[in-house]
Design a protein around this ligand. Structure first.
Ligand SMILES: *Cc1c(COP(=O)(O)O)cnc(C)c1O
Length: 396
């Protein structure tokens, strides 16, 4: 084992060697179990962030650990040019649990977005659309590579990263009429998050979701839901669309899908299943047996009906408790995907830092906002403890 480095030494390495893309907290977590984390000084934390909704099954879930260890010791893969049971069983599971069509396995959420964009464009070209256009919603987040970035209005900065791919447009997230007006015979897809996670947990109104389905049916475009953050049980159903009553043509998944390892997926329904053909798309690492085995174990844990019922119940308990905290002015979300707005004058980043100091890990997605994404295996006592720490930390 290498000698442990102090937090100060790690900060120096970060300042000297890492590209400056992240503003990191001065804490190194070195161990996790369930909803608990421990840092390098031995201090214990309650984790209400789950590595950005990656560890939905809790840290080091024994079934996932066992699946990874067993597969890593047996066979680490031989590319997508050969048959592989873990990848094909995973594709079957994903299809059967949702839209029933074909699946493309990827490695990340961004990659799933890219593949979905290619499917939408090819599907449109096949219908004779020459300049396909993808409509997303203001404040959507779909990833940071160029195609996904072009569908992420807040970050799609032409000045820094241009020229960006063409063929993307955005409408307000709460305006069904604007969405209808933006649609045309050039529309290839309507592509959005059912609950905008990175923007601070903003559920899209039912009438906008309904309008998106109608627009796609009228124009022949594909309805694509980005379920990278909302999927894998986060909102109390395995996929968030199952709690909304509108069936899309494609969903993208990642984050919690790999049980902690990088796994992404594009899951199609009937209309989008056969768009990609040999040579159209691929990935060296995607669907490798170690990560596919981890994903199968994660699906086993997170598809459990009792667990999903608990997510809905504890989500209600968490949101009710948050509403009762002095200084909290808005609470929103579904299941255990919860966003909070604080009263004007309260510095949300400072509240997040005080929570960390007091042993609760959560996230500040933007000014005045906090986001809670606990592992789905938490219990009522964990919720009450988090509320206690938040109550004390909001007041300062
Ligand atoms: C995190 C996220 C992505 C990007 O996923 P990566 O694995 O970071 O590439 C895309 N869409 C949504 C909704 C996300 O939350």
């Amino acid at each position: 084992m290498t000698t442990a480095l102090s937090v100060d030494e790690l900060r120096e390495l970060d300042a000297r060697y890492a590209m400056r893309t992240y503003a990191r907290a001065g804490v190194e977590f070195v161990r996790g179990e369930g909803a608990r984390l421990w840092d390098s000084t031995g201090k214990e934390y309650l984790d209400f962030f789950a590595g950005l909704s990656v560890h939905n099954a809790g840290h080091c879930h024994p079934r996932i650990v066992e699946a990874i260890q067993r597969q890593a010791a047996t066979f680490a893969g031989s590319s997508n040019l050969f048959l592989s049971a873990p990848a094909l069983r995973l594709s079957e599971r994903l299809s059967e649990s949702s839209l029933g069509g074909r699946v493309f396995l990827a490695n990340t959420g961004t990659e799933a977005s890219e593949g979905a964009i290619k499917i939408a464009r090819k599907h449109a070209h096949r219908r004779g659309v020459e300049t396909p256009e993808i409509i997303s919603l203001d404040s959507d987040f779909h990833g940071r590579t160029l195609g996904a970035l072009a569908a992420t209005p807040k970050l799609a900065d032409e000045e820094r990263f241009g020229p960006l791919p063409r063929g993307f447009r955005y409408v307000p997230r709460d305006d069904a009429a604007a969405l209808r007006a933006a649609a045309s015979e050039n529309t290839a897809a309507v592509f959005f998050e059912l609950i905008q996670g990175e923007a601070g947990v903003w559920p899209i109104p039912d009438e906008v979701i309904q309008a998106a389905r109608e627009v796609c049916d009228e124009t022949g475009a594909l309805l694509i839901f980005d379920e990278v953050q909302t999927g894998m049980g986060r909102t109390g159903t395995l996929w968030a669309y199952q709690g909304v009553g509108v069936e899309p043509d494609v969903i993208t998944a990642a984050k919690a899908l790999g049980g902690g390892l990088p796994v992404g997926a594009i899951i199609a329904g009937e209309r989008a299943s056969d768009v990609l053909e040999p040579g159209d798309h691929g990935s060296t690492f995607a669907g490798g047996p170690i990560q596919a085995s981890a994903a199968l174990a994660a699906l086993d844990v997170l598809s459990d009906e009792e667990l999903l019922a608990s997510v809905r119940e504890l989500g209600g308990r968490l949101m009710d408790g948050l509403r009762a905290i002095d200084g909290v002015v808005d609470v929103r979300g579904r299941g255990l995907m919860v966003g909070v707005s604080l009263a004007e004058g309260i510095d949300a980043a400072a509240v997040r830092d005080r929570c960390l100091e007091n042993g609760l890990v959560l996230n500040c997605p933007g000014p005045g906002m906090l986001r809670l994404l606990p592992p789905l295996i938490i219990d009522a006592a964990d919720v009450d403890r988090a509320l206690e720490i938040m109550g004390a930390s909001v007041r300062g």
